[in-house]
Design a protein around this ligand. Structure first.
Ligand code: MCN
Ligand code: CUM
Length: 799
């Protein structure tokens, strides 16, 4: 959201980097939003103070699985500063005890019958201040009858496992869905004739996006005009508004969802949490605004986790190392409610991209979803909808194959990568990769890191008993969901609106349906409009994150902003440019066809001195100029962009690690990342995205896990236990890029927001395993697990 009091923008630096022909829009421009952030003037949900505002707190279940026998709220209600206590019973009376999830399941807003994971929402207290609300939840007396919990996905499918979702009619097991992709017969055939088959089971453990700002909301129901304003930490304000309207029965035009500054989302803020709904109900019952902000433990224990994919993969190849086929069986742990966020048709997200970047004859995957007594959510954490798991699977399998064949992992990859002439390439699960030059990208990464010399160094060190490893990964992503005919979330098609208005003085405002959680949209979307209209990016105001001020669209996740909304911004700017041509024709008294566009102006062909700038045209469009029949005044346009297909960014990563044989601790010595996201809007922002994603990858590979004990207690409920990488754990990243524009995107861009998170974990894991000479061990490769692996013992599977 562009704050009204936004300080003046730092002057733009000249565009650099391979794009000298783009002096206006694209380039390394400093972020327009940063002057407010670096001065501590960002405006986050928790900064919002409304007159008469009350504060809510959630009472959560201490048990992973228990029947609720009774809930006594009398002591809490008697607290002098408490204004309301809301329970599942209260909500049931309003028909709001259960809400639909993004995966067409249901989730308890406040538990009525049973609690199904530790940390589940049981009651909501509204009080005069935050402390009183927290105190009062302690006064609620809930009587539980503990039940056996299931936290292990495999046990969840056993016949004797307790049924978690007995609220669902006729439910006798914990099975959520089965889904498959690819051709199983063709895959069997290539496996039957392969010289070599390597099998490897692996777990991508449960991890958490852990944004700096936790989730929260301020709900304000105006009792006079019946309008609900909800400030909330959301990555998808429009989709949330529609869902609130559908669920609560509030007319949609009477709901305004505002996402102000968001302190990181990383997927954590895609879904709707019970706390948001409780804040709304709290405001309705008290007639006053209600703020709810969760604390760190609540965020880690109860909001959208990621991964938890148990994968049994197999790769088939010839003796010479030509990969023939891949197949995989996945057990997907979805927690207590199936509330993952991905397009409806794809319960396993875009996992079907598990054939990776390779020319493979046949492939097949089967994914089975299960309920467990763990927090619901899933997918989130810079994942591109399960592409993270898919890339990890194939990049680990390729290394296992290299190990089996005694081949060099870089050579093995090079020999199997798709070749540039194969694009557009339809993979074996039916997805068409738009463009790429994979070998050039891998070559660049190998040259940059000095691959051959590193292997020499490794051999020398090995001879001295030192453990050094080099790990690679080559990934292909699929980002930019729709098109709408294939992709929807709860029936809402994945397309995005955009509006552009040029004011009489030539300044512009562009309104987006997506919004930033730190990705820099206020800058890059201004750059897109600037590039297309030839006006300075400083003259373009970007409005987003407010459903009353922006057109409908599905929001920011799956790195879809640039591929979808960025395309919309370009299309709408081109519409404005076309209209400007007609007006310029009227101004210069020539036919529009006689005009030629050069950045920022229309001029008469062959007479460039006879021209009108966009600014001059904008003024004339609002003035008294006689316009041709059928042409309306003013200079503005709207569009809804329905992407023809997804975009396929890719990259080659090389990680170098040193492992201490005595302690098993891993030092990431170097990390080279060569990314290709097609046409680059702002290289500085891209580098920032890649830096963050690489740190994510090091964290997941070495440190991060949301773990549970046998009783279903979450043992990772604070940053003392859920370890995030800091500057100390990461090296100085070495970045480079190639540019292969997307042929179907208006200016050739692909997404970049999740590439590094998706691509880096296998590079780090491959490097560590290369160093210690072990074929596989599951993440996170903590010192104790690396040490166990070094002792040759079985490495205990994380829970
Ligand atoms: N960009 C560019 N040129 C390109 C592609 C992108 O300059 N060819 C710029 C974009 O204009 C935008 C940024 O890079 O400013 C990221 O763009 P894009 O890849 O379109 O991704 P989104 O904007 O849709 O962001 C979503 C993505 C996701 S899904 C997660 S998760 C994640 C990520 O972004 N969450 C983030 N990066 C994050 N970065 C921050 N700081 N905070 C988060 O919560
Ligand atoms: Cu899957 S995390 Mo991002 O798509 O918001």
């Amino acid at each position: 959201m562009t704050a009204v009091d936004e300080p003046p923008v730092t002057p733009q630096e000249p565009a650099q980097e391979q794009q000298p022909e783009r002096p206006i829009g694209f380039g390394r421009m400093k972020r327009k939003e940063d002057p407010r952030f670096v001065r501590g003037k960002g405006r986050y949900v928790d900064d919002i103070q409304l007159p008469g505002m009350l504060h809510g707190a959630v009472l959560r279940s201490p048990f992973a699985h228990a029947r609720i026998l009774s809930v006594d709220t009398s002591a809490a209600e008697a607290h002098p500063r408490v204004k309301a206590v809301i329970t599942g019973e209260t909500l049931a009376g309003l028909g709001l005890a259960w809400m639909p999830t993004l995966s067409r399941d249901t989730q308890a807003v406040l538990a009525t019958d049973k609690v199904r994971f530790q940390g589940q929402e049981v009651a909501f207290v509204v009080a005069e201040d935050h402390y009183a609300a927290r105190d009062a939840i302690e006064l609620i007396d809930v009587e539980y009858e503990p039940l056996d919990p299931v936290v292990n996905a495999r046990h969840a499918l056993a016949a004797e496992a307790p049924v978690i979702r007995d609220d669902l009619e006729g439910r006798t097991d914990n099975h959520v869905f089965d889904w498959e992709a690819g051709d199983s017969a063709a895959t069997e055939e290539v496996f039957a004739r392969a010289d070599v088959v390597v099998e490897q089971t692996m777990l991508y453990p449960r991890v958490h996006p852990a944004p700096l700002e936790t989730c929260g909301a301020v709900a304000s129901m105006d009792p006079v005009d019946g309008k609900l304003t909800l400030y909330s930490t959301t990555q998808a304000p429009h989709a949330h508004r529609t869902l609130y309207a559908m669920v609560a029965g509030i007319p949609e035009h009477k709901i305004r969802v505002v996402a102000p500054d968001i302190g990181g989302g990383f997927g954590n803020k895609v879904g709707i949490y019970p706390g948001y709904v409780c804040a709304i109900v709290g405001s309705i019952v008290t007639g006053r605004p209600v703020k709810w902000m969760e604390d760190r433990s609540e965020n880690l224990m109860s909001t959208s986790f990621a991964r938890d994919y148990h994968m049994a993969g197999e790769i088939a190849a010839t003796r010479e190392g030509k990969i023939l086929g891949v197949r995989v069986e996945v057990l997907a742990d979805h927690g207590a409610f199936n509330s993952t966020a991905q397009p409806t048709k794809y319960p396993a997200g875009f996992f079907h991209i598990f054939t990776g970047s390779y020319d493979i004859e046949a492939a097949h995957c089967r994914v089975t979803g299960v309920y467990t007594n763990k927090a619901p959510g899933g997918v989130a954490y810079a994942c591109s909808f399960r592409v993270t798991e898919a890339v990890y699977l194939i990049e680990r399998l390729v290394d296992c194959l290299a190990d089996e064949l005694g081949a060099d992992p870089a050579e093995l990859r090079m020999r199997n990568l798709l070749r540039p002439e194969q694009f557009p390439y339809e993979n074996k699960t039916g997805w068409t990769y738009d463009s790429g030059d994979y070998p050039a990208c891998l070559r660049k990464a190998m040259d940059l890191v000095g691959y051959e010399e590193l292997r020499k160094e490794q051999n020398e060190r090995r001879a001295r008993g030192e453990l050094m490893g080099v790990g690679l990964s080559f990934f292909t992503e699929t980002v930019g969901a729709g098109p709408r005919k294939h992709m929807d979330i709860l029936g809402l098609g994945m397309a995005d609106g955009c509006e552009l208005r040029v004011h009489p003085t030539g300044k512009a405002v562009v309104r987006l349906s997506v919004q930033t959680q730190g990705q820099g949209h206020e800058t890059t979307f201004a750059q897109i409009v600037a590039e297309e209209l030839g006006i300075p990016p400083e003259d373009v105001d970007v409005v987003h994150g407010d459903t009353d001020r922006t057109p409908f669209g599905l929001g920011t996740y799956g790195s879809r902003s640039t591929p979808v909304s960025g395309a919309a911004a370009a299309v709408v700017a081109r519409k404005v440019r076309d209209k400007a041509r007609i007006i310029a024709g009227a101004m210069l008294e020539v036919a529009p066809d006689d005009l030629a566009w050069t950045k920022g102006r229309w001029s008469i062909k062959g007479d460039p001195a006879m021209s009108r700038t966009i600014q001059e045209i904008a003024l004339a469009a609002h003035g008294s100029l006689e316009l041709p029949d059928g042409v309306e005044g003013h200079l503005e346009a709207t569009t809804v962009y329905n992407p023809p297909s997804m975009t396929y960014p890719f990259g080659a990563y090389v990680c170098v690690v040193d492992v201490d044989p005595g302690t098993g601790s891993v030092k990431v010595r170097r990390f080279v990342a060569v990314d290709d996201c097609g046409t680059r809007i702002n290289p500085m922002i891209i580098e920032g995205q890649v830096h963050g994603g690489l740190a994510d990858g090091v964290g997941m590979a070495l440190m991060e896990i949301i773990g549970f004990d046998e009783d279903g207690n979450c043992v990772s409920g604070s940053f003392m236990d859920y370890l995030l990488p800091t500057a100390l754990e990461v090296p100085a990243w070495e970045l480079d890029h190639t540019v292969t524009p997307s042929p179907h995107h208006p200016f050739g861009a692909k997404g970049i927001g999740e590439s590094a998170t998706v691509g880096s974990p296998p590079a780090v894991v491959n490097a560590v395993l290369d160093a210690i000479g072990v074929r596989h061990a599951d993440m996170p490769l903590t010192p104790s697990r690396v040490w166990q692996a070094l002792q040759g013992g079985e490495v205990e599977a994380p829970q």
